[in-house]
Design a protein around this ligand. Structure first.
Ligand SMILES: NC(=O)c1ccc[n+]([C@@H]2O[C@H](COP(=O)([O-])OP(=O)(O)OC[C@H]3O[C@@H](n4cnc5c(N)ncnc54)[C@H](OP(=O)(O)O)[C@@H]3O)[C@@H](O)[C@H]2O)c1
Length: 417
């Protein structure tokens, strides 16, 4: 077979060109990695996504010379068909399916519809989303309580969702840290100027809030490492949790609490966690040393002399937790607002609750590192397909989530590592 040198446009032409190149490569080259075939296929990476391509090529597994002819035949068919199909599926479309929030209200304001695919700007990337995660702030923005309402400029339509995982689809100007095809998870900051959220097939994020996906977690788990996990990593850090300290985490089974428990354990603390009785086994599995069932009496009567309080429940739980804390101890609540003065007046150290949308980069890196080394495990309580995001928010609103709620955007890829 002679090499085909013309620029190929269709998958079958590309396959023919790739195989021709393989024919031309020296017979003693042992794997596809040393052949021109790989180069040609990599030219296609920007079209079909490099991960998909790697799988494709590994699947072809052209390694020995013994059954070379037969393998070529199979390979031509395989690559040709696959590239034709993949190109059709995977080229960046101009439109996508997304959940669009139409104003403030009940779950019915969330509609599954067609929206434009955003373009990444300077220092931004476009992510092809495989999975997203739900956070309580999502339904709070839908019902518009307090200052949670979306900015007027984003109404009447906005795509909700702050957490995604997927692969880089495009990079904007000045982006050097990521390449097309890289698997990542990211927090999508809310942007009043455009429809840009995670409940969608594509989402734009600034590179500051994008992290390489740890290899040992699935895309669905990685999506759950966004807002809640990065917040948990931050609050354990700013409350200076140290070895041997007694740390109380209220709401220890939830998205923030379950990660805060694990990060505090990693620092060598003795962790006390509150939840209802049915969470006892789960809390033990993530390292809680002392479990307190808040439905059986006041937790503050059972827990004394803690060095750090991490409150993720809010309301009266946030203030009752003061009673468990030593003088001079650290107190933080991510769920309650406006307690700083009361906290300081009681003689505690009171770092601010922070803004999940603007957390320093170091906490993203730390979250990725801890998850990558197997020190954070993420429990997925329930998964919903993207189209059923409204049901997922209703579930979140019930306040009974153990770990995280996942939104499956791409069923083929969400649960693979
Ligand atoms: N400021 C920030 O940067 C920031 C960032 C992320 C989250 N947040 C906020 O932090 C809060 C927690 O978020 P999340 O994602 O962890 O919520 P979540 O996953 O929805 O929390 C659900 C958990 O809360 C537990 N819970 C409910 N009432 C409880 C009580 N009275 N005592 C102990 N546990 C209780 C539930 O356990 P049971 O079912 O056993 O009761 C459940 O496991 C939310 O208000 C969220 O908006 C703030």
């Amino acid at each position: 077979m002679r090499p085909v040198c013309a620029r190929a446009d269709s998958g079958m032409q590309v396959a023919r060109r790739a195989v021709s190149s393989f024919e031309c490569s020296a017979p003693n080259r042992p794997t596809y990695e040393h052949s021109a075939l790989r180069l040609h296929l990599h030219e296609q990476a920007s079209v079909i996504g490099s991960q998909q391509l790697e799988r494709l090529v590994r699947g072809a597994s052209v390694k020995t010379e013994s059954s070379r002819v037969l393998r070529h035949v199979n390979f031509v068919l395989f690559v040709g068909i696959a590239l034709n199909v993949s190109t059709a599926i995977a080229a960046t479309p101009r439109e996508q399916r997304a959940i669009v929030q139409h104003g403030i209200g009940g779950p019915e304001v969330l509609k599954f519809e067609t929206a434009g695919v955003p373009e990444p700007g300077k220092n931004e990337v476009l992510i092809r989303v495989y999975a997203a995660a739900i956070n309580p702030v999502d339904y709070k923005r839908r019902i518009g309580t307090g200052d949670y309402a979306p900015e007027p400029a984003a109404l009447p339509t906005a795509i909700p969702g702050g957490d995604v995982a997927g692969v880089i689809e495009k990079v904007g100007g000045d982006v050097t840290a990521f390449r097309v095809g890289d698997p990542v998870f990211a927090v999508i900051p809310r942007d009043p100027k455009r429809l840009n959220g995670g409940y969608a097939q594509f989402a734009v994020a600034t590179t500051e809030t994008v992290v390489a996906k740890p290899r040992n977690v699935t895309f669905a788990e990685a999506a759950g490492l966004g807002v809640a996990a990065v917040t948990a990593v931050r609050i354990v850090s700013v409350t200076k949790v140290a070895k041997g300290q007694r740390v109380l985490v209220t709401g220890a089974a939830g998205g923030v609490g379950s990660i805060a428990v694990q990060v505090a354990k990693e620092r060598g603390a003795f962790v006390i966690g509150t939840a209802s009785g049915r969470r006892a086994e789960y809390l033990r599995s993530i390292g809680v040393d002392q479990f307190v069932d808040y439905t059986k009496g006041n937790f503050e009567d059972q827990i004394k002399d803690v060095d750090v309080v991490i409150d993720t429940v809010g309301e009266d739980t946030a203030t009752r937790a003061f009673k468990t804390l030593k003088k001079g101890g650290h107190y933080i609540s991510v769920a309650a607002r406006g307690l700083e003065r009361q906290c300081e007046a009681a003689g505690f150290k009171c770092p601010g609750r922070g803004n999940a949308q603007a957390l320093p980069r170091e906490f993203y890196d730390e979250t990725g590192r801890l998850a990558g080394s197997g020190k954070l495990s993420l429990y997925i309580d329930k998964s919903f397909p993207l189209a059923q995001a409204a049901d997922a928010q209703v579930y979140s609103e019930q306040g009974r989530t153990q770990g995280k709620i996942s939104l499956v955007v791409d069923a083929e890829n969400a649960n693979r590592k």
